[in-house]
Write a protein that binds this ligand. Structure first.
Ligand code: 5GP
Length: 180
């Protein structure tokens, strides 16, 4: 079992870099089919989705606009429930198709909040693509994640954009906190 140590905690490999790339390609294949001719605005959520979004859009073969937003809800290893907008969308989204690209949906509080905020600007449609999802932690059961790469257990993960205390984002694989 491959593992990494960050700040004295041990994390064990959950998904290898190759496994992640297979998931990313399969998500992109579905999205390519669904968004042909729709010219959506692809909105990637910083910080965690930067690596996933960069790999995902490399497979896109439809016309689109790409923007980053920065939302923050996590404090340490837990969702705080309070959403901070650190970088907002500065583009008119009225009557446009929006595809939100996220690294992981945990409680769903962040995207539930963000989807409501975007809905107030009258887009044609909003869909969510998340690499990972923790279904057992989901508080907003009505949050529809149309494109989900993989469901995982309710454990803290790092790597492939996901950090712990700003460390571990660079890792090409995803690792789960080892229970001691
Ligand atoms: P939610 O609002 O769904 O509870 O949390 C969403 C955000 O929390 C994600 O975008 C991500 O930044 C962060 N997050 C959720 N679970 C994890 C995790 O296991 N590891 C890390 N590093 N961040 C997480």
């Amino acid at each position: 079992m491959k593992s990494v140590s960050l700040n004295g905690k041990i994390f064990e490999e959950l998904l290898s870099g190759d496994e992640i790339q297979v998931i990313v390609k399969s998500l992109a294949t579905k999205i390519n089919k669904d968004y042909a001719g729709l010219n959506p605005i692809v909105v990637a959520v910083l910080d965690g989705a930067f690596m996933f979004a960069a790999d995902l859009v490399r497979h896109f073969n439809f016309e689109h606009q790409f923007r980053f937003v920065k939302l923050s809800s996590y404090k340490g290893m837990e969702s705080s429930g309070e959403i901070t907008h650190l970088l907002d969308l500065d583009i008119n989204i009225s009557d446009r198709n929006i595809l939100i690209v996220e690294d992981i949906v945990d409680t769903g509080v962040t995207l539930h909040h963000y989807q409501r905020k975007l809905s107030a600007q009258a887009p044609k449609n909003i869909e969510i693509c998340s690499l990972l999802m923790k279904p057992n932690s989901l508080q907003h059961k009505d949050l529809a994640v149309k494109y989900c790469g993989q469901d995982i257990a309710d454990e803290f993960v790092i790597g492939y954009g996901l950090d712990w205390d700003y460390q571990g984002r660079h890792l090409p694989a995803i690792y789960q906190l080892r229970k001691d």
